[in-house]
Write a protein that binds this ligand. Structure first.
Ligand SMILES: Cc1cc2nc3c(=O)[nH]c(=O)nc-3n(C[C@H](O)[C@H](O)[C@H](O)COP(=O)(O)O)c2cc1C
Length: 208
């Protein structure tokens, strides 16, 4: 059975524009793919461990190939538990609000936890970096209060889409699709209609 992990980047839930479009997308995917398994992962309600000294030392122990201390092992255990849940899917749906031109800090915290050597990426001097999440695809729904598309003059302010796309590419995702819902503070109905059309089209072409 195919699995989708839905990462809820917005804390606004019922009032979130990106999550409203995500729900429409998932409803359509469910309609088209009986038996599909969808799991929601909410970084806002997860007990994400602090990325503190032990956590960093555990990460560098993995990179350096040295034995971790007991504290580092414990810290790494928390990371792998969250990563295993993240990795257990074929397709990923992200709802991503723009916050101060970037992404919300809880989503970034989640990304910092799952983006780990030996889990989601690897490095060796001969081949360089390699993403370990290949075989997977992602659909990302980006919401922003204002608009940053080509011709607005504010393209360079948008660190949200380039960052998430770069991250998923680094992890080795095979395919990354996007739905943009912008100007939610100014013309929410128009923004939702346009994004909904794109999201439903994408949902219809997915046979999972
Ligand atoms: C803390 C915070 C920072 C924000 N920063 C920006 C921003 O830099 N640019 C922008 O266009 N909108 C910004 N917004 C507006 C949100 O991007 C907008 O409300 C969007 O619809 C949020 O996604 P959501 O509806 O899925 O929660 C910000 C909102 C919050 C709460």
């Amino acid at each position: 059975m195919k699995k989708i992990n839905y990462i809820e980047g917005s804390p606004r839930k019922d009032r979130s524009h990106s999550m409203k479009i995500a729900k429409e997308y998932l409803d359509k995917v469910k309609e088209n793919n009986s038996g599909i398994e969808i799991k929601s992962i909410d970084p806002w309600s997860l007990d994400l461990p602090e990325f503190n000294g032990d956590m960093m030392n555990a990460k560098y122990a993995v990179i350096g190939g040295v034995d971790p201390s007991e504290n580092e092992k414990n810290a790494w255990g928390k990371v792998t538990k969250i990563f295993d849940e993240f990795a257990d899917a074929d397709h990923y749906l992200f709802s991503v609000p723009m916050w101060n031109f970037n992404i919300p800090y809880k989503l970034k915290h989640y990304i910092d936890i799952v983006t780990q050597p030996g889990l989601s990426w690897s490095y060796n001097p001969d081949d360089g970096y390699k993403g370990l999440m290949s075989g997977r695809t992602a659909t990302v729904i980006y919401a922003s209060g204002d608009g940053y598309s080509d011709g607005t003059g504010f393209e360079s302010y948008d660190l949200q889409k380039p960052y998430v796309e770069l991250w998923l590419t680094f992890l080795g995702f095979d395919k990354i699709e996007k739905v943009v819902i912008d100007r939610t503070l100014f013309s929410p109905e128009d923004a939702e209609k346009a994004a909904s059309d794109v999201a439903l089209k994408l949902a219809n072409v997915h046979s999972l």
